[in-house]
Design a protein around this ligand. Structure first.
Ligand code: CUA
Length: 155
């Protein structure tokens, strides 16, 4: 069977594209650590208040310019409710939900996570620009969903 040169070229190009995408996806996943989360930590959602670190939610300085925010989400609030950090700080958020699925979205950043009961969500962000960052719940969680918001103040 003889193949047209055109056909060979297209075959070569489409195979090349598939390989290209696979290499690019692999690079993002492993080199840039942009893959879906794995090795997820779990927690008993009914005893969040008694389990460290969630027994003491708040903002803690853990390095020269590094902070940890331990946060619980519940209908219809974020704890701690006000967060203040200096500009340029890298913040590690450790979050869980005490009831239903909530969202953690920080306006004007690419911070966006789903926070589920029984699971611990960890996400890191460096806040370079001073300002008031609006934090919203972006998962419908009940009658007060649209009121569930807080702010992160960077100064
Ligand atoms: Cu919490 Cu919507």
């Amino acid at each position: 069977m003889k193949m047209h040169l055109d056909e060979k070229i297209w075959l070569f190009l489409s195979f090349g594209m598939i390989m290209g995408f696979m290499i690019f996806t692999g690079y993002q996943t492993f080199a840039l650590e942009m893959g879906p989360p794995s090795h997820k930590e779990t927690i008993d959602p009914n005893n969040v208040d008694k389990i460290a670190p969630f027994d003491n939610p708040g903002v803690k300085q853990i390095g020269e310019n590094e902070y940890e925010v331990v946060m619980t989400l519940q209908i219809f609030s974020f704890t701690p409710n006000k967060i203040e950090i200096p500009a340029g700080a890298t913040v590690h958020f450790t979050m869980t939900s005490k009831d239903v699925v909530h969202g953690f979205q920080v306006a004007n950043t690419n911070l966006n996570a789903m926070v589920m009961p029984g699971h611990i969500t960890k996400i890191t962000q460096t806040f370079e620009e001073p300002g008031e960052y609006l934090v919203l719940c972006n998962e419908y969680c009940g009658a007060g969903h649209q009121l569930m918001a807080t702010t992160i103040t960077v100064k």
